[in-house]
Design a protein. Structure first.
Length: 116
């Protein structure tokens, strides 16, 4: 399990690959080093909905797993693929706490109002 924070650069549409498999990709900009890194992540199945409230330019934290696959093509050549499978996204925007309710003195008698 890995975590990374960054800014959303691209949000792709969900794609129905087969009858039983759906995926959605997005790109995150990691600017924690000297040069920004553009990292391609994928969501699968019901997790495609994790991006429904996200927008390009938004800061998020991504929890993901690294997956690797071996694949043999028709000619017998073996190839290897990696994917970064997201299982959780957290919004990193500043959370604004609601202001406390300040009682209104407009509904009181003038005798109850403090003179300052």
């Amino acid at each position: 399990m890995f975590k990374i924070k960054g800014e959303i650069k691209v949000i792709g549409e969900a794609v129905q690959v087969t009858e039983k498999f759906k995926k959605r990709a997005f790109v995150l900009i990691d600017d924690s080093s000297q040069y920004p890194q553009y990292i391609n992540f994928q969501l699968t199945q019901d997790r495609c909905e994790l991006l429904k409230d996200c927008q390009i330019g938004q800061q998020i934290e991504v929890n993901f797993n690294i997956r690797g696959k071996e694949w043999t093509d028709k000619e017998g050549n073996i190839r290897y693929f990696n994917s970064l499978d997201v299982w959780r996204i957290e919004n990193q925007e500043n959370i604004v706490e609601p202001l406390p309710v300040i009682p209104s003195f407009l509904d009181t008698d003038e005798d109850d109002v403090l003179p300052f």
